[in-house]
Design a protein around this ligand. Structure first.
Ligand code: NAD
Length: 694
């Protein structure tokens, strides 16, 4: 079935793109457009053609449902379609409304005229997938937008309202009212005035002294592109438009595009794009599962997490009531929220009006009675099972039927918490990360009894408060912290063997991690890890730990909050200063253990720490705690400062070759005697099958 509709209005043929939700340029739609152009060309009664979408979208570009399938490249591919549109002997008008992005925008550049709603969103976002436009955008773009205009659009990749192009030849007319009648009237005008057909590919790009500008642009790009190669390739493609014929320029575009497709950075970004979409889907919960209404939220605890969690809802316009045991705690919590907003205002990110609006949505209480009409209640009290029990028993008494009861616990058993109530089906974990108003990640912890509609509701709420939600089953540490424990554990052994905290952190930071394990420990508080280890020594005595971290904690070196940890901190500052005292303690400690220190390379540091994440991640997938390997990558990219250009630990393992990764793990198992390093059965299985993890 064609997903382009063809109708004739008067003497104008109208091709309506019709491929919901965003008119992705899938195979059927491409075929439909070509058929429409052919029909219009052959019909003597037709004098002009209008291509139009709908209110929501002219076209969002490539159809993501075809990604990775032969259909995506099947002829007529997009460059061919655009060429056919451009070659049409009758004037073609693109009528643009809603989203007009990527291939969708490139398609409009094949038309001879463009009219647009001022608020249509125009973008060439390919750079966000590590690519450049690949359907002529880099060659037609500078011809119609000018070199600077096109380069800006391509390098930034952000949507720009069509109104921003007023005064440029890109848009011939802006339309405030209904688009179709305006497009038909415009087409009639073009015909009546016998306006010459303007094919962008036949235009010249004129930019005197372009070498100087391109040099300047390349320098700018270097400063912002980081490890990603695509932005610089945008400049290369634009350079071709200046020095070569259109046809030659198209060849350059194609070569650059294909080259970028093969880079690990682009693979990482495309993986992230797909992973984000996948993470929002829960295999046994259909998209159309009815959700509960969340109009009012209660938050218990106005501490570090409670305050940040509340801000998320206030920002989304959802009223929140915070509950505490004492008025002072409430006052302190509210003051911190206000201060955060005031800081945003000082930075120009928030207006006074918005600040007042958000603070106006915040209520406080000392009584559970005020939670009676809450649809969602999130607990963020002390991490103590006794305290959680008291809170959930109370919630069970007072919450209205159907209210969702969520815990922000990081380490406790959500099933146990659910069973403190008579309604475990309504209980779920909502594990926010600190600072909760900033960090994108939300682990949604699905208890054994959590109802499907509760999961669906929480996933939808997460979107509303702009979090990246990833579902985790119940296990110690859930997904992210369960993995990070092994990363930290392995880093501890590196110290025993001869590395310093600063060397380990630097190696991992140079590789791309936002923060090495020791700086991270100092930030989070080393006492947290210490408490977990003490529990492990009793509950899981077979897990091996280097004991040096305990020695540090015994001296009260908890990190930033005590001014000392793995590093030294000046009062009020966060800069980690390597501490010779810690290095000396390490020397002494190794002596006690009879270890002769050796020089450890940065490459070994990275391999051991990152492969520790990979191995535990694979176990998590295998156990079904994570639904898919890409969920793990989402968690690490959004919650743990894993470098975006590497795509997450699981994709990284695939990039390194799972076979090679497994061999390194076996070597670590042999040299350390640590059973943890035996490759997870899932890894062994995938290696045997010649498959990857993601
Ligand atoms: P916090 O000590 O800063 O805040 C806890 C607040 O809860 C305090 O203000 C306290 O007065 C209040 N409180 C304690 N018992 C209460 C009760 N019975 N009724 C009402 N209020 C009560 O702690 P936090 O760091 O915000 O941690 C809260 C929860 O969030 C814990 O479960 C923790 O594991 C989890 N968590 C913390 C982080 C983090 O980085 N801090 C990250 C994720 C999850």
């Amino acid at each position: 079935m064609s997903s382009a509709k063809y109708e004739v209005h008067g003497s104008t043929a109208v091709i309506t793109l019709d491929n919901p939700p965003v008119n992705g340029l899938g195979y059927d739609l491409r075929v439909g457009i070509v058929a429409g152009i052919d029909k219009a060309s052959a019909d003597p009664a037709v004098t002009a053609v209008v291509m139009i979408g709908n209110e929501r979208a002219f076209s969002g570009g490539a159809d993501i449902r075809e990604f990775g399938l032969p259909k995506a490249y099947a002829l007529p591919n997009l460059p061919a379609v655009i060429q056919i549109v451009e070659n049409c002997p009758k004037p073609v008008v693109a009528a643009i409304s809603g989203v007009c992005m990527g291939g969708g925008f490139e398609l409009t550049l094949g038309a001879h005229f463009r009219i647009a709603k001022p608020d249509a969103k125009i973008a060439l976002p390919e750079v966000k997938l590590g690519l450049i436009p690949g359907a002529g955008g880099t060659q037609r773009g500078p011809r119609i937008l000018g070199v600077e205009g096109a380069l800006n659009l391509m390098v930034k990749g952000d949507p720009v309202p069509a109104s921003a192009f007023k005064g440029t030849p890109l848009i011939d007319e802006f339309v405030e009212g209904d688009l179709l009648p305006a497009a038909l009237a415009f087409a009639d005008k073009v015909v009546a005035e016998q306006r010459p057909i303007r094919r962008i590919s036949e235009m010249k790009v004129d930019y005197p002294n372009h070498e100087a500008y391109l040099q300047f642009a390349r320098n700018m790009i270097k400063g912002v592109a980081g490890p990603f190669p695509a932005p610089a390739k945008c400049a290369d493609a634009i350079a071709a438009s200046l020095t070569k014929s259109f046809a030659e320029g198209m060849k350059v575009e194609r070569e650059l595009f294909i080259g970028l497709m093969g880079t690990p950075e682009s693979r990482a970004l495309r993986h992230l794009f797909a992973a984000e979409r996948a993470a929002s889907k829960i295999p046994d919960i259909p998209d159309d599962t009815p959700v509960r209404t969340i109009a009012k939220v209660g938050v218990i605890g106005a501490g570090t997490m409670g305050g940040g969690i509340s801000m998320n809802f206030l920002n989304a316009g959802i009223p929140v009531t915070m509950l505490e045991m004492k008025q002072e705690a409430l006052d302190k919590g509210v003051a911190i929220i206000r201060k955060n907003y005031e800081n945003s205002m000082k930075k120009g990110k928030l207006t006074q009006e918005k600040l007042d609006q958000r603070m106006g949505l915040l209520g406080t209480t000392l009584s559970y009675d005020d939670f009676k009409d809450c649809d969602l209640i999130i607990e963020a009290v002390f991490e103590d099972i006794g305290v959680k029990e008291a809170v959930f028993r109370k919630l069970d008494e007072i919450a209205k039927p159907g209210a969702i009861l969520a815990s922000n616990t990081s380490t406790l058993d959500v099933n146990k918490i659910a069973n403190f109530t008579q309604r475990p089906q309504d209980v779920v974990g909502m594990h926010f990360f600190s600072p909760a108003n900033v960090m994108k990640l939300l682990e949604v912890v699905r208890g054994a009894a959590t109802a499907k509609d509760v999961m669906a509701t929480v996933m939808q709420v997460a979107k509303k408060i702009r979090k990246t939600a990833v579902v985790s089953g119940v296990c110690d540490g859930f997904i992210g912290n369960r993995m990070i424990e092994h990363y930290g554990r392995v880093a501890g052994f590196l110290l025993e063997e001869g590395a310093t905290p600063a060397q380990v952190d630097k190696a991992l930071e140079k590789w791309g991690m936002a923060m090495g394990p020791f700086r991270m420990g100092d930030l989070a508080g080393n006492d947290i890890g210490w408490a977990i280890r003490k529990r492990r020594y009793v509950e899981k005595p077979n897990i091996k730990y280097a004991k040096f971290a305990d020695k540090l904690c015994e001296q009260g070196r908890y990190g930033q909050k005590t001014g000392k940890g793995w590093y030294l901190y000046k009062a009020g500052e966060r800069k980690a200063i390597p501490d010779p005292e810690v290095d000396a303690m390490l020397v002494e400690y190794r002596k006690e253990l009879g270890i002769t220190p050796r020089k450890i390379s940065d490459a070994e540091i990275v391999e051991r720490c990152i492969y520790a994440l990979v191995n535990e991640g694979a176990r998590i997938v295998e156990e079904g705690i994570a639904a898919r390997a890409s969920d793990i990558d989402m968690i690490y990219l959004t919650g743990y400062g894993f470098p975006m250009f590497r795509g997450g630990p699981m994709l990284y393992a695939d990039e390194m070759g799972l076979y090679n990764v497994a061999r390194r793990m076996q070597a670590f198992a042999a040299s350390s005697g640590d059973a943890f390093w035996e490759p997870a059965p899932l890894i062994a299985k995938r290696v045997a099958e010649g498959r990857s993890l993601t």
